[in-house]
Design a protein around this ligand. Structure first.
Ligand SMILES: NC(=O)C1=CN([C@@H]2O[C@H](COP(=O)(O)OP(=O)(O)OC[C@H]3O[C@@H](n4cnc5c(N)ncnc54)[C@H](OP(=O)(O)O)[C@@H]3O)[C@@H](O)[C@H]2O)C=CC1
Ligand SMILES: CC(C)(CO)C(=O)C(=O)O
Length: 303
């Protein structure tokens, strides 16, 4: 079996590493050519936690820049870029007809509707990932900062290949499964991200601080409560994700720290549009949304 992974960031490298461990061939498509050269030369390094010895995986791995995108010989495609790069990637993918399943490993909502329009022939899968991952600065690789689950489910069409892939990953020790009603799970994950990501980004703390610091916890609970006006979910779900990724910096925290645009539009922006449709007010979510957008705008002033 051979899968293409598009985006060699934290999640793309984490999924690639476990696919390689499961004996699956991986074509890893990078944005920058230098990264693919380094990956082909030195392999992909996986660090299971900050203490473990790094494991370097190269057997079955071939990296290439996205400019050389091809569908030849592929059984499935995994997209693991951020929301803001999705349009660019869909544009590239739609130039060649894809018939194999495409699985999206992105936070937020809205990308599946876009994919449905761009990719007419492929079975499409949404997914939710609660593993924590961080790019390593010492190696071309990834640190698995928190064990969670990867759940994928059909958005349009069915494919046995995806079932097989998830089973192989599960056997390799990466908790993965195929699920019914992925839309509901994605919405629930979005709700969890809307609690964790903006708060950790604004406070510049690891996820665990939202439970360890009583004042942050109180705020997190208040945001959670407000979100239940539009998405029903449990505080225990938020707590479980925080506990599993307690040492992780959320992806939004990293984006803000590095002065990058965040995925806030696909997370709190999505919630605010739901709130508007249902005519409910969400002052805390609105506050968080505008705070993150405001920080993004202030990058230019600081440079
Ligand atoms: N990190 C985590 O713990 C978790 C992340 N997520 C979600 O997973 C998704 C991916 O996040 P994450 O891996 O952390 O993000 P990263 O920024 O680490 O990775 C995104 C990667 O996409 C690459 N990329 C951008 N544009 C293109 C392109 N046109 N072609 C090929 N590659 C491209 C980037 O390249 P370059 O580096 O060269 O810019 C980067 O390597 C996000 O939606 C995030 O919210 C979900 C759960 C946990
Ligand atoms: C699961 C969690 C909260 C891990 O940090 C995440 O999805 C993110 O950082 O975007």
């Amino acid at each position: 079996m051979k899968v293409a992974v598009i985006g060699a960031g934290a999640v793309g490298m984490l999924l690639s590493a476990f696919a390689l461990k499961a004996g699956i061939k991986v074509s890893l498509f990078t944005k920058r050519e230098e990264q693919s050269i380094r990956l082909n030369h030195s392999g992909l390094t996986l660090i299971q936690s900050n203490q473990d010895n790094p494991e370097t995986l190269s057997r079955g791995l071939s990296a290439q820049p996205i400019s050389s995108w091809t569908t030849e010989g592929l059984d499935a495609v995994i997209v693991s870029v951020k929301q803001l790069h999705l349009d660019e990637v869909l544009g590239i993918l739609s130039k060649k007809r894809i018939k194999v399943p495409v699985i999206f490993a992105l936070n937020g909502m809205g990308h599946m509707e876009k994919a449905q329009v761009s990719l007419k022939d492929a079975p499409l899968y949404g997914s939710v990932l609660t593993h924590g991952a961080k790019r390593s600065t010492d190696y071309e690789g990834v640190i698995h900062t928190g064990k969670g689950t990867w759940k994928a489910g059909s958005w349009r069409g069915e494919s046995e290949t995806v079932e097989f892939l998830m089973k192989k990953l599960q056997e390799a020790g990466f908790f993965s499964s195929c699920e019914e009603n992925i839309e509901k799970l994605m919405e629930e994950k979005l709700a969890v991200n809307a609690v964790i990501n903006p708060l950790t980004a604004l406070y510049q703390v690891k996820n665990g601080a939202l439970l360890d610091n009583p004042l942050f916890k109180e705020n997190a609970r208040a945001v959670f409560k407000e979100i239940t006006k539009v998405i029903p979910f449990k505080w225990e779900t938020v707590e479980r994700v925080i506990v599993n990724t307690r040492k992780n910096h959320s992806s939004m925290h990293e984006d803000i720290r590095l002065g990058r645009e965040t995925e806030v539009d696909a997370i709190t922006g999505y919630l605010l549009s739901l709130a508007e449709k249902r005519q409910v007010t969400m002052p805390l979510v609105s506050f968080l949304h505008h705070s993150i957008k405001g920080v993004e705008r202030s990058y230019d002033d600081d440079r």
